[in-house]
Ligand binder design. Structure first.
Ligand code: ZN
Ligand code: ZN
Length: 258
């Protein structure tokens, strides 16, 4: 069993595929997916998919790149997260790659999300890019370690991974780990303890090799697991099993009966 711990199957290119997307998932042995929200405006679409599909869970949050639309405070996020298929708060975090002026609104939004997660008891899905020090600082200042969560689509160095692991967070690898030039991420993927690792597609973006450059989808997540297994010199089943167990544990979900 594989689980895609982070995807955007509500985005048009994937949502348009309907059943075909879920048939492909099943055929690839991908039993569950978590559809991460990026805005309040798009949340109804995310919830509709999660309501229609027993094997899709979702999160509530506003992406750090998002400049338009509602900027919810913690209380509002907590309210939105009451839906039974919502298992996390996010994706949230800091992205200084797309916002090089490092705006204060991004940090304030991130704080509100951490407070919401602590209030409602649901873990955080954190996106971080070129903002290592501030991301870890805000996580510490707001007590993110008390609720935990996952650093999704991890692209930073081992020092950052260690900082996040110390704060009770999991590290999630995407298709980037399969890219030839991703030496730093490959290194981190060999060092993160197996019981603290998740896998994801972040589809429709970042398709793993051999689909690089094409439209990504949850059915491709086994390629991420295969690359991590190769790097660590272990069987792919071990990565699949550990990352699935970690998913159920982090998001407080009952394991399916086998
Ligand atoms: Zn992200
Ligand atoms: Zn994402």
């Amino acid at each position: 069993m594989y689980i895609d711990s982070h995807c955007h199957i509500d985005f048009e290119d994937l949502a348009n595929q309907g059943d075909a997307l879920f048939d492909a998932m099943r055929d690839a042995g991908v039993d569950y997916a978590l559809c991460a929200a990026v805005s309040v405006e798009r949340l109804p679409g995310v919830l509709a998919i999660a309501e229609a599909r027993p094997n899709v869970f979702c999160s509530v949050g506003v992406h750090p790149e998002h400049t338009e639309g509602e900027d919810p405070k913690a209380e509002r996020l907590v309210e939105l997260a009451k839906h039974p298929k919502v298992v996390a708060i996010g994706e949230t975090g800091l992205d200084y790659y797309w916002h090089k002026d490092q705006p204060e609104w991004q940090r304030e939004r991130f704080r509100q999300h951490i407070r919401a997660a602590r209030t409602c008891g649901k873990p955080l899905i954190i996106h971080t890019r070129e903002a290592q020090a501030d991301t870890l600082r805000l996580m510490r200042e707001e007590g993110a370690d008390q609720i935990g969560g996952v650093m999704h689509c991890f692209t930073e160095d081992w020092e950052m991974a260690q900082g996040a692991l110390d704060l009770n967070f999991y590290i999630s690898f995407s298709g980037i780990v399969t890219f030839k030039n991703a030496a730093q991420i490959k290194d981190v993927a060999t060092r993160v303890p197996l019981d603290r690792m998740l896998i994801e597609t972040d589809s429709p973006y970042l398709a793993p090799v051999p689909y690089r450059g094409k439209l990504n989808q949850p059915a491709y997540v086994p390629h991420v697991a295969a690359e991590i297994a190769k790097l660590r010199g272990i069987e792919v089943e071990e990565v699949a099993h550990a990352s699935s167990e970690n998913f159920f544990k982090l998001f407080a979900l009952a394991r399916p009966q086998s």
